[in-house]
Write a protein that binds this ligand. Structure first.
Ligand code: CMP
Length: 216
């Protein structure tokens, strides 16, 4: 496994870092940490996918992102010396290597490449947030649902259909910034078109190309 965040690290240094990292295992649904907790470590994802969620002012949960193997989470609290910005939980049986703050600080000091990648990762995240804000104000809820299902199909699938997205319609609503009822309506219309089929707690994309066109 290689992690984008540590992409510039020489092999022997990567081995040393992993040797001092803590190996953590999470069951499906298990919370790694809660929004507002103090942050003392970042996690490199070895296996499984994790949901990044926040509580909305109305007490609902909004899903901000899904992160998977090769990616990391928990870096923001360490960089900004701030509490956890979101709750992260495992969506399936999952494993991480957790790197303590002191170790990460040392890596950034001694390997400027890690710092460069970190800045690029944050800039990319900001760019994505810019796009989502414009979408939230100017695109219809239907388009947002279709675009998030398209993004997830690309995350969960290896190009070949059918692709199973094992998320509830509540989660999809959280990602698209709309209600579960709207997600259900949009997905049922797509089912009638033949782009996808619906199962319990999952959406199965059968025609990714058609979905990409519909999401444009
Ligand atoms: P941290 O604030 O330490 O804890 C929550 C983590 O969720 C955060 O670090 C990031 O790793 C991740 N996170 C927070 N907001 C987003 C977002 N909008 N997109 C992707 N990941 C996020």
């Amino acid at each position: 496994m290689t992690w984008h965040l540590l992409g510039d690290l020489p092999d022997n240094e990567l081995r040393r870092v992993l040797a001092v990292a803590r190996r953590r295992k999470f069951a499906r649904g298990e919370v790694v940490f809660h929004e507002g907790d103090p942050g003392d470590a970042l996690h490199l994802i070895q296996k499984g996918r994790f949901a990044v969620r926040v509580a909305t002012p109305l007490g609902e949960r909004a899903t901000l992102a899904i992160r998977g193997p090769g990616e990391a989470f928990g870096e923001m609290a360490l960089i900004a010396d701030a509490p956890r910005s979101a709750t992260v939980s495992a969506l399936e049986p999952a494993e991480t290597f957790s790197i303590q703050q002191g170790e990460f600080d040392e890596l950034r000091r001694e390997h400027p490449g890690v710092n460069r990648i970190l800045v690029a990762v944050l800039a990319t995240a900001l760019r994505r947030m810019d796009e989502l804000i414009v979408e939230a104000f100017y695109a219809s809820a239907e388009k947002r649902v279709l675009r998030r299902v398209r993004d997830l199909a690309m995350l969960y699938g290896e190009d070949s259909a059918p692709i199973t997205i094992p998320l509830t319609q509540e989660d999809l609503g959280g990602l698209a910034g709309t209600s579960r009822a709207t997600v259900n309506r949009v997905l049922r219309e797509e089912e009638e078109r033949g782009t996808l089929t619906l199962g319990r707690g999952k959406t199965i994309v059968v025609d990714l190309e058609a979905l990409k066109l519909r999401a444009r």
